[in-house]
Design a protein around this ligand. Structure first.
Ligand code: NAD
Ligand code: TYD
Length: 350
């Protein structure tokens, strides 16, 4: 059976890398990118494949049940890779309900659509892309394993944990074939500049303050986004139904050390005197309920599926800075809001 894969959230940061990878690597598949284009959705991310014969875009909200059914029917969807979500912890603190709507109800809508549309479940896969934040905060050492009990601490992670539970419940109750991956913090091209790394790159370039929450002692485990996309490819094709795989780079950094590294590398790249950008570091009020440390044990995916990260962090960070410096138009369009006109300009009149 020909695969017509629905990728949700494909105009976002990680989703756009997954869409590009699948469209280029698998000309025999049809890739349908479903995205309602919230502030985080940017079709400019997909310019290089937007006219590919094996690619379609559907501007649909995962909360729109009838819209989902239409997309499944029109494209005869065989598999789902679900990334659409509200993804920023700070926004979840100001508006938790938006996260419940998209991340929980939206995921259940999608599960329901797949469950009703697919007849013989043995030919189909529902893949849910999730986060390591569902496991809570590692304050006393150790690593997150696939067996670590869920202990979400922010409205964002609570909504993702809930959606993971629904995916498992549908596998158990209705025998849908499902797989879940829980990944650590991603960085790389096309990330919306509200997240730590692109925000700092943007602000360093424009000589604006670099807001470091609390003392900058919180630790995150960083993975280059294309390595995550490769991991999704591997799990989609080789992962065992009903399983969970953690994806991470064994790459822990304190926030303050990352910000200093960015300052140092950007001083070099921008030809500034060493130490210039560090003066922009500004310690600000801590995030409410700020998780101290995340760290993934990615042994299972390495051992069972042979996936491992391809890039060392310093190389990945250097590539990322270069990308943002070379794509000033992308950043300018995002910060001015112009990127939101891309859909109208390219699809509106079709
Ligand atoms: P993002 O915010 O950059 O992109 C999310 C995309 O989903 C956007 O294109 C947005 O328009 C779309 N979307 C949001 N609500 C929607 C709705 N109701 N209907 C249809 N589309 C909608 O997010 P990201 O950082 O690329 O994350 C993608 C997925 O990966 C999320 O599920 C997130 O939880 C997960 N994840 C992210 C990270 C990370 O470091 N960014 C790490 C692990 C897991
Ligand atoms: P973020 O990129 O928002 O990802 P997450 O909260 O999902 O881990 O934040 C990464 C870390 O950086 C987190 O510990 C919060 C911190 N941070 C700051 O110190 N300043 C900022 O302006 C932002 C956005 C984040």
């Amino acid at each position: 059976m020909k695969k017509n894969i629905l990728i949700t959230g494909g105009a976002g940061f990680i989703g756009s890398h997954v869409v590009k990878l699948f469209v280029k690597k698998y000309p025999e598949y049809h890739i349908v990118n479903l995205d309602c284009l919230t502030y985080a959705g940017n079709l400019e991310n997909l310019k290089e494949i937007e006219n590919a014969p094996n690619y379609s875009f559907e501007k649909v909200n995962i909360l729109d049940e009838a819209g989902l059914v239409k997309v499944f029917e029109n494209h005869r969807i065989t598999d789902v890779i679900h990334l659409a979500a509200e993804s920023h912890v700070d926004r979840s603190i100001t508006d938790p309900l938006a996260f419940v709507k998209t991340n929980v109800i939206g995921t259940v809508n999608l599960l329901n659509t797949a469950k009703s549309y697919w007849k013989d479940y043995s030919n189909h896969l529902f893949y849910h892309v999730s986060t390591d934040e569902v496991y809570g905060s590692l304050d006393d050492g150790g690593f997150f394993l696939e067996t670590t009990p869920y202990d979400p601490q922010s409205p964002y992670s609570a909504s993702k944990a809930s959606s993971d539970h629904f995916v498992r419940a549908y596998a158990n109750t209705y025998k849908l074939r499902t797989v879940i991956t829980n990944c650590s913090n991603n960085y790389g091209p096309n990330q919306f500049p509200e997240k730590l790394i692109p925000l700092c790159i943007h602000n360093i370039r424009n000589n604006k303050p670099l807001p470091v929450y609390g003392k900058g002692e919180n630790i995150r485990d960083w993975l280059y986004v294309e390595d995550h996309a490769r991991g999704i490819d591997v799990v989609f094709h080789q992962g065992k139904s009903g399983e969970t795989y953690n994806i991470g780079g064994f790459n822990e950094w304190k926030n303050i050390d990352i910000v200093r590294l960015l300052c140092q590398k950007m001083d070099e790249k921008l030809g500034r005197l060493s130490g210039t950008s560090e003066k922009l570091i500004t310690f600000v009020k801590d995030r409410a309920g700020h998780d101290l440390r995340y760290a993934i044990d990615a042994t299972k995916i390495q051992r069972e599926l042979g996936w491992e990260p391809s890039l060392q962090f310093e190389e990945g960070i250097s590539k990322t800075i270069d990308w943002y410096l070379d794509h000033q138009d992308w950043l300018d369009n995002v910060t001015s809001g112009n990127y939101q006109k891309y859909y109208e300009d390219h699809y509106g009149s079709r």
